[in-house]
Structure formats: C-alpha cells, structure tokens
Design a binder for this molecule. Structure first.
Ligand SMILES: Cc1cc2nc3c(=O)[nH]c(=O)nc-3n(C[C@H](O)[C@H](O)[C@H](O)COP(=O)(O)O)c2cc1C
Length: 189
C-alpha cells in the first residue's frame, strides 16, 4: 500500500473478527514499527503482545478505565455513541490480541516527554504497519487512568511508563473517516 493511502485510510477499529493473527504477521508488524525514531536513538521502549487468557485478564483491568471518562463522554457524544464506546471497552471489540507500548520512566520532564513522543511514534507505526497487513487497531490512552494496575500486571511498574494500548486483529467493521479540522496550519514566511 502506498504510504499516503495507508495514512489516510487507517481507521480506529472497534469491532474485530475473533480469528487470531499468525505470530509471524504480528512479528512483522512490530519489527517494521520498531523503525520509529526516538530521541538520541535511545529506543527506550517495550512492546507487550497479549493473547489468550493473558489478554482476557489484561483487558478486564483496562475495561474499568471507561468510568473515568464518563463526564467527557457525555459531553461529547450522544447516548447511542456512548453505549457503543461502553460496548467496545467490554472486550476491546473482540480483538484476539492486545498490544501495549511502554517507555522508560525518566525523572527529567523534558526527557520523559521525549520518551513518550518516541513511544507515540512507535504506536503510530504499529497502527500503520498493521493496516498495511489488513489488520485493525485502535490507539487507546484511556488505560492511562488505570496505569498502575496495568503496569503491575505486566510486572514493570517500577521502571516503565505506559504510553498506549491497542487491540489488534482482523477488522469486522469499515467505519467512515471522521472529518479532519481545516485551517490548522500557519505559514510564516
Ligand atoms: C492519543 C490517542 C488516544 C486515543 N485514545 C482512545 C481511547 O482511549 N479509546 C478509543 O476508543 N479511541 C481512542 N483513540 C482513537 C481516536 O478516537 C481516533 O483516532 C479518532 O476518533 C479519529 O478516528 P480515526 O483513528 O479512525 O481516524 C485515541 C487516539 C489517539 C491518537
């Protein structure tokens, strides 16, 4: 797939087929994504891929993050959309796998920001590389609300910080592209 087409046609997928993704394909997606840039090329990131019982246990933890978003959800979305979001959080749209991206904790605010941006670049690459393989993803930061619990579950809460989570699998929906805001670019010459 051409790059611009991949960027424009990637969608957040919230309904998946239950079929597992072969390990080689997940590996290819992650290997490609790990070519993301990072500050001073430190690559201080970690990727977790959860499947089977581990995925179920992990998803149970992040399901609760939706309750922290209640107010904002009500403000932004109509009742039907709110119910859809709640349904999605129940089992991450039925995706067979969950991917977690974490970065090293850094007491320096600027370095921490840089690590998080690198982790975000990695997550974007995962979403695009997955899309290129016909897979769906949904970049999620809602699990940050329960970060301590999820990092404890992964056994890395001392040293590592959660960046984002995504379900990954074969899409069972083809959502329309949400519109993009115009007039966000300022040209200074
Ligand atoms: C930083 C970030 C955090 C997001 N967090 C969530 C989330 O917690 N739950 C969710 O359902 N979608 C989440 N999304 C997906 C956005 O809702 C989605 O990207 C946006 O609506 C645009 O739709 P598109 O990805 O199909 O273009 C997140 C996306 C980004 C980039």
């Amino acid at each position: 797939m051409e790059l611009a087409e991949a960027i424009k046609t990637r969608r957040s997928i919230r309904k998946f087929k239950p079929d597992p993704v072969p390990r080689e394909i997940l590996e290819e997606v992650i290997d490609t994504a790990l070519w993301a840039p990072s500050g001073m090329n430190t690559q201080m990131w970690r990727v977790f891929v959860l499947s089977g019982e581990k995925k179920k246990e992990f998803n149970k933890l992040i399901e609760n993050s939706i309750y922290y978003l209640n107010e904002k959800l009500k403000r932004l979305f109509k009742e039907k959309m709110q119910q859809m979001v709640y349904g999605f959080f129940k089992d991450m749209g039925g995706a067979p796998h969950t991917i977690v991206v974490a970065v090293i904790k850094n007491p320096n605010r600027n370095y921490q920001e840089s690590e998080i941006q690198a982790g975000a670049a990695l997550m974007q690459n995962i979403c695009l590389a997955a899309h290129d393989k016909g897979l769906g993803t949904c970049w999620m930061t809602a699990p940050l609300w329960v970060e301590d619990k999820v990092m404890d579950y992964l056994g890395i809460s001392e040293e590592w910080k959660l960046v984002a989570v995504t379900p990954i699998g074969y899409p069972d929906q083809n959502p329309p592209a949400p519109p993009r805001k115009p007039n966000v670019v300022t040209w200074l010459e």
